[in-house]
Design a protein around this ligand. Structure first.
Ligand SMILES: [Zn+2]
Length: 115
């Protein structure tokens, strides 16, 4: 009897573990898909920036050094010279009371209207 109960319990645990593994694999595949999509978008942006920089240089809009100086100038505006530019965080304006709210807020903190 004890062995039968333990066997049933371990079968149930096994089924739970299998379900959890399937769910985890699904989430992992989903994340891998997101990463592939982001890599594709980065490569497209890289291509566009190279094309724009090349045509501007060919037409005498700026030299390569002027471009690099401008990149550094824009890079340092977020406070860190790290080869990246953080997205500017714009506050959200309430459509009802016109007051400012945090960018990710869903409800106005002043009048509770939906943002
Ligand atoms: Zn409001």
């Amino acid at each position: 009897m004890l062995w039968e109960v333990m066997g049933l319990a371990s079968k149930r645990e096994g089924a739970k573990i299998s379900a959890l593994e399937a769910k985890t694999n699904w989430k992992l595949e989903d994340a891998q898909g997101d990463i592939r999509e982001l890599q594709h978008e980065i490569e497209q942006l890289n291509l566009m920036v190279k094309a724009l920089a090349t045509i501007c240089q060919q037409n005498g809009v700026f030299t390569e050094n002027q471009f690099k100086d401008l990149v550094d100038f824009i890079d340092i505006q977020d406070g860190v010279l790290d080869g990246k530019s953080k997205k500017e965080v714009q506050p959200r304006t309430c459509p009802k009371c016109n007051r400012q709210n945090q960018r990710l807020a869903r409800k106005c903190m002043w009048c509770e209207a939906d943002l």
